[in-house]
Ligand binder design. Structure first.
Ligand code: GLV
Length: 326
């Protein structure tokens, strides 16, 4: 009987997709690193989270493992090359969390600009003294310039929403949408320094890779307008958090909306101390619908591989062609 390890309790029960497989999963919370390493020793399939490190050590401990189904679109937690070397297929969950993450990006844009969380704190603290024409003046969103770094699926979904706010859209980054698509989104491709200098909101939507780690550092942040906001719903490590904290402290940018951090769940005290930063606990895809679809995609990928079929959203086709996964 095939053994499927799920590293964490998922919001939906995926057993119906897994037939008669023996499913090993915690009833709540997540397996520790050591428990995960022990569990994969005799596993045929693994469904893991973005918080699990899938590396050489894990691959070496899991001789029977045929598939790593990552319950995320980002793959920065998975050493795909190591998986390929060890003959393990890797899948992710693109598409199903695009709209949820784009919605949250807009929520952060609106929150930082219109000081939503500051207003909420004021009301709850009992400190609100009544309507005041100067109270919590924020920044306009409609008609402003939005700079999107990474016009992939999520970046494009953000651009579609921003058009409803009549924003002018600039884009930069490696993932290059076909020109007609950029045109239909009303997005103008510019070099990154120009995007940083002209945008009222800079929103990060690229994957975390060797190239994008620390991509927005001291110099890049210094190019932004004093009135501009940085939004990050991608990966925390794309931004140098010390440099961001300094920019917020010195007021060289107006604020930041962050759903992701470099060393989660640790959030730098200097960011917590910033009233103009809105900080969320990595909930970009956290709608019941998106999370259910993510779990379903992982389970159906595992079921395909256990039947000997190629899974959808396979990210290392070379591992499939080599046949070593069998
Ligand atoms: C979430 O951050 C994901 O990569 O799916």
């Amino acid at each position: 009987m095939a053994r499927v390890v799920i590293s964490s309790a998922l919001p939906i029960d995926v057993r119906p997709w897994l037939g008669d497989a023996d499913v090993v999963a915690p009833s709540c919370g997540s397996l520790s690193r050591d428990a995960l390493l022990a569990a994969v020793e005799d596993a045929d399939a693994l469904i893991c989270l973005l918080t699990d490190r899938i590396d050489e050590e894990l691959c070496a401990r899991a001789p029977r493992l045929r598939i790593v189904a990552n319950h995320a679109v980002g793959l920065d937690n998975v050493d795909v090359q190591a998986c390929t070397r060890h003959g393990k297929l890797v899948t992710n969950t693109p598409g199903v969390l695009t709209e949820a993450t784009a919605d949250l990006t807009m929520a952060l844009i609106l929150s930082v600009a219109r000081r939503v969380t500051e207003g909420d704190r004021l009301v709850r603290s009992g400190g609100w003294r009544g309507w005041d024409p100067g109270l919590l003046l924020g920044a306009a969103v409609s008609g402003q310039v939005l700079g999107i770094i990474g016009l992939g699926r999520i970046g494009r979904a953000v651009a579609r929403r921003a058009r409803g706010f009549e924003m002018r859209i600039l884009c930069a980054g490696r993932s290059r949408a076909p020109e007609d698509l950029e045109q239909s989104l009303g997005a103008t491709r510019v070099p990154l320094p120009q995007l940083l200098a002209e945008s009222d909101f800079v929103s990060v939507h690229c994957p975390l890779t060797r190239e994008t780690r620390g991509m927005l550092g001291e110099h890049e942040l210094s190019l932004m307008k004093r009135t501009a906001f940085l939004i990050n719903t991608a990966r925390g490590a794309c931004v140098d958090e010390d440099a961001l904290a300094r920019a917020l402290e010195k007021g060289t940018i107006a604020g930041a909306g962050l759903d992701v951090f470099a060393d989660e769940p640790r959030v730098p005290e200097r960011l917590i101390a910033q009233p103009r930063a809105v900080l969320l606990p990595h909930v970009g895809s956290a709608t019941s619908q998106a999370r259910a679809r993510m779990a379903e995609l992982c389970a159906t990928a595992v079921a395909s591989v256990l039947r000997g079929e190629r899974p959808v959203h396979l990210v290392n086709p070379e591992a499939w062609s080599s046949g070593d996964w069998r």
